[in-house]
Write a protein that binds this ligand. Structure first.
Ligand code: ADP
Ligand code: MG
Length: 258
């Protein structure tokens, strides 16, 4: 009998998978074959499993790429955050935000507080969650953004730099408040927020209270217009307390036994 489904040799199979760019199937051929021999699934189930492995593999590869592209300064999640040390913010609030409704609604998050209270940690944790759910994220400090914008200004590529940043679903702008912007910088920072407004979500962290934001910008009116857009659809979280970095130095020494 001439068979429609003839036996296949390994090389031909691998070539086919390579040609179709089914890398994960190709790489796990032996495991999958082994598993099928053990479990003897139906042909449909087998095919379904094969496809699911490829899909999963691709999603993971994409996540890794997005994670790298996001340029987070460290990898820390909400699970790594000690809410009993930082009790000015509720764990539930952060868990709710990690559902990412704010991102789908193009809302912003503003994290305020003194150094060391966990602003960057929480911003990164939410950013990682967004990457895990398939969104594109970019982390940038205000200093790096200023450098990038001034660099772009020099070679006339500000619009490209800005569009590149805003191609992401979420931009984390960290440490707004340490650098002051001159007229051009203020203007570009304002344009960035104006372009992001209602189209992209931002997470902004700052050590400044809102009333001090005027200092950041060249003109107080720019600060006001910036805040107006930033805060129109925003979740503002104010963190208080001691720096986590120096927490060991804050524990009182043990009392000697009487
Ligand atoms: P901030 O941005 O407010 O200055 P960070 O988020 O950078 O502070 O926190 C400083 C360091 O302390 C980071 O390594 C961060 O992971 C850690 N940290 C801060 N708060 C907590 C916390 N409540 N639980 C666990 N780690 C924390
Ligand atoms: Mg920080």
């Amino acid at each position: 009998m001439i068979r429609t489904i003839p036996p296949v040799d390994r090389t031909t199979l691998e070539q086919g998978l390579r040609r179709l760019k089914l890398r994960h199937m190709r790489q796990h051929l032996d495991d999958i074959n082994e598993l099928a021999l053990q479990e003897e699934p139906s042909y449909m189930d087998f095919l379904g499993y094969l496809v699911a492995r490829e899909v999963e593999g691709r999603e993971n590869t994409q996540k890794e790429l997005h994670l790298k592209a996001a340029r987070f300064p460290f990898y820390r999640t909400l699970d790594d955050f000690d809410f009993s040390f930082q009790n000015s913010v509720s764990q539930q609030t952060l868990r709710d935000l990690a559902e990412l409704d704010f991102l789908r609604a193009r809302e912003n998050i503003v994290l305020l507080g003194p150094p060391g209270v966990g602003k960057t940690h929480l911003a990164v944790a939410l950013g990682i969650e967004a990457v895990n759910q398939g969104y594109r994220v970019q982390f940038v400090t205000a200093q790096d953004l200023a450098d990038q914008l001034y660099g772009a200004l020099a070679d006339g590529t500000v619009a490209q730099a800005m569009n590149k940043l805003l191609r992401n679903d979420l931009v984390v702008l960290d440490e707004l408040g340490y650098v002051q912007f001159d007229a051009a910088g203020s203007d570009h920072l304002f344009q960035l927020i104006a372009k992001a407004y209602e189209h992209r979500s931002l997470i902004v962290t700052s050590n400044l209270d809102f009333q001090d934001w005027g200092r950041l910008f060249n003109q107080p009116a720019t600060a006001a217009a910036f805040l107006d857009r930033l805060l129109h659809h925003a979740h503002v979280i104010t963190l208080r307390g001691d720096s986590y970095r120096i927490r060991h130095r804050l524990t009182p020494p043990a009392k000697p036994d009487p």
